[in-house]
Design a protein around this ligand. Sequence first.
Ligand code: 4AD
Ligand code: MG
Length: 428
Amino acid sequence: MNRTFIKVAQTNVPVKIEGFLERIRNTRNMAFLVVRDRSGALQATIKKEQHPDWTEVLDHLTLESVVSLEGTIQENPQVKLGGRELIPTRLEPLSLAAALPLSKDANIDTRLDYRWIDLRAEKERLIFEVQTCLVSAMRTFLVERDFLEIHTPKLIAAASESGADVFEVDYFDQKAYLAQSPQFYKQMAMASGFERIFETGPVFRAEKSYTNRHTTEFTGFDLEFSYIESFHDVMQLEAELLTYALSQVQTRYGEAITRLYGKEVVVPKLPFPVIALPELYRELEQRYGYYLPESERGDTTTEAEQLSYRFSMEEFGHEFLLITDFAAQKRAFYHMRKEGVPQGYDLVWRGVEITTGAQREHRYDVLCQQANERGLGEDVRFYTEFFRYGCPPHGGFGLGVDRLTMLLLGIGIKEAMFLFRSPNRLTP
Ligand code: 4AD
Ligand code: MG
């Protein structure tokens, strides 16, 4: 017999149900088992006198064991769990569970030690249902606009973002690095005439940060496209992309997110508000008394990002804020500059940076010069070569998928990831 999901299993016909045992009540005459699969939970009601040969099995069943049951489901208004119960004719344990190492109120670090058990809860699974929806909506949006999906190498010869945050690996008789972003290769695709590409994949950062939004390995959603007029085209595309993805999430999971996480999914309005960084600092100072010395105002800070959420809600009634006009020395060498100002932005959602984007410098001489200023000339020669033989003007961005998920649900990054990685966590 084929297995059926509990949610769609019909009454009064033979069915096969398989799942984890969520509850066991084994009395003298009756046994009640609550079985849970991905779709829901169902009570199996066993009259022991009808199955004298099951006594041994029933006595050995443990919580979270995996069982297989066949029988018929009957309506029974007295059963709290959905008003129906399975009357089994066959019971087979598929895998007996040892005593559980995880209590309901375990802290997040203990939960991560036993993540596979932690993930059995509906609330945890929702994270990945929502993430699947987000990423697949973004993919659909881009494929419909003729973007190609590419997969670039993660073993690379030079750091793309900053030399300090890169993992070095032994690569036969030379050094290699784990990619901190697909930056170099998504730009190569522009020099290849692909015009529009995206990639979603692993990104590595050797950052010793212990915050609720940093990890050493995360999933990036990156895109790049050609023949833009300015980085405003990049911001516009990202705003449309996120609006589409969030509308999909709201339709399919809005209710579940509110029920399990107490968060409302707000589909943002277009266009997203934009503010230049110096202007933002003036606002934060005037409105909230947040003061940062002038010399440090070329970049955002954690506090400034958090306050910018309050500002954006008050001023624009918008959860998203695009910030432009960062200082050149705080931005990557490959950002195009106009009168010394990097032609890029950060996108902050609910007070946390989710994206950095920019128009790239595609003019070979200028790019080499900007790389040389950072002392990178030799290291990135393979990359600057991409721009020697013709390359259209282009731009793009890198979006952190884990941050997106985490902010959507109002949780920390440890919980938002399938398996979190940090300087002191490499297992499971
Ligand atoms: O801001 P980042 O470093 O930008 C880049 O990688 C550029 N190549 C993007 C571009 O096209 N100009 O990283 C992009 C995003 C961040 O905005 C953030 O969402 C996420 O990646 N991110 C992290 N997420 C979790 N843990 C970390 N340590 C992260 N570092 C960056
Ligand atoms: Mg950034």
